[in-house]
Design a protein around this ligand. Structure first.
Ligand code: NAP
Length: 258
């Protein structure tokens, strides 16, 4: 199965940029959303060089009017068959050991959860009318195994996983597909701000390949790498002391870039 009209949020960096390059080829129209003009322009230039048509959306996706305007405008000329809600931020415990405060948690949840839900709903009605489309929500293994150093991030990703799984069944009768991605550690600007061990980290390009393969197979949840995904899946069954012992080595703090 090939997709012709694809929108990716968070395309200016990391996994989103790698996905944009993964799908870039002649005959494909890509709508790329990000906030940083230099970074988004650089990704757009590479995607154009690979033969794809690109439309850039430079805005903060908490601006719901801008989000809806961009997505509906793109959809009018290029009916979206693949939407990847990938934009996200990480925040949490800081170098001085202080735990996250309320404003941090609210910002992370607004961008990661509400931003992705708004993104989905900006495109879902058109996909349902057409009776075709695939929506992909980028969550995290933190959705399955919450991180004590990033409670808001964990909550945003758990919410996104639940939202996507529920919505997948809700819109299946309209032939619209929903998949949720739960990556482990992936090299990106985000993991540069995560100061601590990052076991089994993979490149953004490898992550894009795994996501692309999961989409083709219409997986409900695309989790990787397997040696982290499987323990995360069954971690709810473990007693708390086992989880604390097992996760002791992956405690971290965040040094935000913005
Ligand atoms: N890297 C990992 O290990 C990992 C693991 C699990 C899940 N994830 C998830 O994967 C997704 C991509 O992360 P990444 O690692 O590729 O991080 P990244 O390199 O920091 O990229 C994040 C992207 O999201 C965009 N973004 C953030 N806030 C935004 C906002 N308010 N409005 C519009 N765009 C916004 C950024 O745009 P600008 O740069 O232009 O501001 C950037 O393009 C995130 O949802 C993240 O939670 C990552």
């Amino acid at each position: 199965m090939t997709f012709s009209n694809i929108v990716i949020t968070g395309a200016s960096s990391g996994i989103g940029a790698a996905l944009a390059k993964y799908y870039a080829r002649p005959g494909v129209a890509l709508g790329l959303v990000g906030r940083d003009p230099a970074r988004l322009n650089a990704v757009a230039a590479q995607v154009r060089a690979a033969g794809a048509m690109v439309e850039e959306g430079l805005f903060d996706l908490r601006d719901r009017a801008a989000l809806l305007n961009f997505l509906s405008g793109f959809d009018r000329t290029n009916p979206i068959d693949l939407l990847i809600a990938n934009a996200g931020v990480l925040d949490g415990r800081r170098a001085d050991g202080s735990i996250e405060h309320a404003d941090m948690a609210r910002r992370v949840i607004e961008i990661n959860l509400l931003g992705a839900v708004d993104t989905l709903h900006a495109v879902l009605p058109a996909m349902r009318n057409r009776g075709w489309g695939h929506i992909v929500l980028v969550s995290s293994l933190a959705a399955l195994s919450p991180l004590p150093d990033a409670p808001g991030y964990s909550a945003s990703k758990a919410g996104l996983l639940a939202y996507g799984q529920a919505m997948r069944t809700a819109v299946a009768p309209d032939n619209v597909r929903v998949s949720v991605v739960c990556p482990g550690y992936v090299t990106s600007a985000m993991t540069d701000t995560h100061i601590g061990d990052q076991p089994l980290k993979i490149s953004a390009e490898k992550a894009a390949q795994l996501i692309g393969a999961g989409i083709i197979h219409n997986r409900a949840v695309i989790g990787f790498p397997l040696p982290l995904y499987l323990p995360a899946l069954i971690s709810r069954l473990f007693p708390e002391f086992v989880i604390r012992l097992a996760t002791k080595g992956i405690r971290f703090h965040v040094t935000p870039r913005d």
